[in-house]
Design a binder for this molecule. Structure first.
Ligand code: FAD
Length: 374
């Protein structure tokens, strides 16, 4: 019998596979596609990573661990996985973004730069500071190359002895007894002592037993022609704007003349991830262009590319990580709610620790689904 099976070898699952394999365990990852792929939640070139975490200060220790592990992974595979270009964050002083940033920075002693209208205009010619808004800049932030990160974890996992089975669908799992979990797949039944469930947008099916309502949404990404002003080489940062009405937009420095931008949250509900509508919706492009034309300079020319991805949202938009209430042998990470990729390295390590009954290097207890009281 295998020591461990990982269902879903995407962002978090690929990291879990690596951390289990490097412990010398016999481990197999099973995925319905061939990661990295663009059918789930981990594609589109880049993901923002930032340390002063406005969503909740409790994420900061987990993020510190994630930064260290991404660096290790980059060194071990000799590639640039993390690009530090800083994060410019702009919003109303009484919104969710700036008070959250200030709180996380104060609790964890993080450095945030502030600007008045004059210093903002001088430092950020490509960006607009709306009337009444304020801005913060964090240098220790930037982006991860999402597909390369997954490929790197899988490469090291396989080098350490992990098996990866692709194009194989898991339809269910059952605990058969102590140290015995069975998984039903399109290629037959597999058995293992431990099961790690990291299915992204398919969590509502495979983790229904958690009884936490998960809402999968469709999120559109666009790449537009951009001028030098928005180029990474010219010092452009990743950016995150909260508008006065609570909408969030974000984007990345341009690379090769193309700048990626998107709206955070607000996507339409997806009933079946396999039937995701991947067509371009003109209203989404118009919404994004309206944001860009009001808040950025030098971006918003021709549309160069478009992609569609999925968020899997929990009721409070914080992740679900822990041990399954119905089976101590089963651990999971799901409901990453549109902000989880930056944590994938540390979540994979935490899942490997939970599965082997070790203490997690950084706490994930605050992400337990028991907070919902179901
Ligand atoms: C447009 C967009 C922008 C984002 N921006 C950011 C950002 O800037 N920063 C950030 O930190 N996060 C961001 N996120 C969130 C982050 O990318 C996701 O939370 C994260 O990548 C999800 O990882 P995952 O491992 O849960 O899912 P995935 O990487 O999708 O992996 C799940 C895997 O499970 C497999 N699978 C599912 N069901 C089965 C089954 N039944 N049998 C076999 N295999 C199965 C799938 O094929 C898939 O490979 C963004 C997400 C989107 C969609």
């Amino acid at each position: 019998m295998l020591d461990a099976l990982v269902v879903g070898a995407g962002g978090v699952g690929s990291a879990a596979l690596y951390h289990l394999a490097r412990r010398g365990l016999s481990v197999r990852g099973v995925d319905r596609f061939a990661p990295p792929h663009d059918w789930g939640s981990s594609h589109g070139d880049t993901r923002v990573i930032r340390l002063a975490y406005f969503e909740h200060p409790d994420y900061v220790p987990l993020l510190r661990r994630a930064y260290a592990l991404w660096e290790e992974l980059a060194q071990a595979t000799r590639q640039e996985l993390y690009v530090e270009c800083g994060a410019l964050q702009v919003g109303p002083p009484q919104g969710a973004l700036l008070p959250g940033l200030d709180k996380a920075a104060a609790e964890h002693d993080l450095v945030l730069e502030r600007f008045d209208a004059t210093s903002f205009a001088a430092r950020w010619p490509g960006f607009v500071l709306p009337e009444g808004a304020e801005a913060r800049f964090e240098q220790r932030a930037g982006f991860l190359r999402v597909e390369d990160c997954i490929a790197a974890h899988l490469q090291l996992a396989q080098a350490a002895g992990a098996e990866l089975v692709t194009d194989t669908v898991v339809s269910g799992w059952q605990r058969r007894g102590p140290d015995h979990v069975e998984v039903e797949t399109s290629a037959g039944i597999l058995a293992a002592r431990r099961l790690i469930v990291t299915p992204g947008a398919w969590a509502p099916g495979l983790l229904a037993g958690l009884k936490v309502p998960l809402r999968v949404t469709r999120q559109a990404l666009f790449w537009f022609e951009a001028e030098e002003l928005q180029a990474r080489a010219g010092g452009a940062p990743v950016y995150f704007y909260e508008l006065g009405d609570g909408r969030f937009y974000y984007g990345f420095p341009a690379e090769g003349g193309a700048a990626k931008a998107a709206r955070h949250y607000g996507g339409s509900e997806v009933a079946d991830p396999l039937a995701l509508d991947r067509e371009l919706r003109p209203a989404e492009e118009a919404d994004l262009r309206a944001f860009l034309s009001g808040h950025l300079r030098g971006v918003g020319g021709a549309r160069l590319r478009h992609a569609v991805c999925m968020y899997t949202n929990t009721p409070d938009e914080n992740f679900l990580v822990g041990r399954h209430p119905d089976a101590g042998e089963v651990v999971f990470a799901a409901g990453l709610s549109g902000h989880g990729f930056k944590f994938a390295s540390a979540l994979g390590e935490a899942l490997a620790a939970l599965a082997t009954d070790e203490e997690t290097p950084a706490s994930v207890a605050f992400l337990s689904p028991t907070r919902f009281g179901y």
